[in-house]
Write a protein that binds this ligand. Structure first.
Ligand SMILES: Cc1cc2nc3c(=O)[nH]c(=O)nc-3n(C[C@H](O)[C@H](O)[C@H](O)COP(=O)(O)O)c2cc1C
Length: 194
């Protein structure tokens, strides 16, 4: 479906404007193969020294992993996200080991953001939607998923087939639409930052 409310000032591929983050999901479940294909897309993200610092833990609706992630969500997110078909916790390894020496990886968050972006676009191509959330109890999530030392949690992502806004209660129902962006001129400067 093309989202017509999102106008661009320059021509770009439709995938960028057609992808958005819904809160309404249908009850369609997704298979292991479907979710693995999204991780496959994330796998091919570029990263500093090809370190691939991203790490993911996931659950499919109804399984124990899903419940462990859902339990850590902020109530305002849990109310809609636990209806999704999958929940994915996104983390990264903040250090790298080379020749037995451990040093900080300054780009772990940058690279993991790219991987999540690839994941989200692949979900869109597969007819699914991925909605990232920063609203979760990081301590609880780390405990529930046995997050290894040196790893940093970034987000939880709800994945599923987008449903109609009518599936939501207010105030979420009336907010269920693609949003816009500030103009490029506010974020991009030629020769220097704005
Ligand atoms: C790191 C991150 C954290 C976010 N946290 C939340 C959240 O806690 N709850 C929520 O409903 N949406 C959350 N969002 C979704 C954003 O609000 C959404 O991506 C943004 O408004 C742009 O809309 P779009 O993704 O539909 O284009 C988050 C997105 C990102 C990338």
């Amino acid at each position: 479906m093309t989202v017509t409310s999102r106008q661009t000032d320059h021509p770009i591929h439709d995938q960028f404007t057609d992808r958005w983050s819904p809160r309404a999901f249908t009850d369609r479940s997704i298979s292991e193969a479907e979710i693995l294909a999204l991780f496959e897309a994330a796998r091919w993200a570029p990263s500093a020294s090809n370190n691939q610092p991203w790490r993911f833990a996931y659950g499919l609706r109804g399984d124990e992993g899903f419940a462990k992630i859902a339990e850590a969500l902020a109530p305002g997110n849990r109310v809609w996200a636990e209806k999704a078909a999958a929940l994915v916790a996104v983390a990264s390894a903040s250090t790298v080991e080379r020749n037995g020496e451990v040093s900080p990886n300054a780009w772990h968050a940058f690279d993991t953001g790219t991987a999540w972006g690839y994941f989200a676009l692949q979900a869109h191509h597969a007819g699914l939607a991925a909605h990232a959330m920063g609203g979760f109890d990081a301590e609880k999530l780390a405990e529930n998923l046995t997050l290894p030392k040196g790893y940093v949690l970034h987000a939880v992502v709800a994945v599923g087939e987008r449903g109609e806004a009518e599936l939501l209660a207010e105030p979420l129902k009336s907010r269920e639409a693609p949003n816009g962006r500030r103009p490029i001129s506010e974020t991009v400067g030629r020769g220097g930052f704005k």
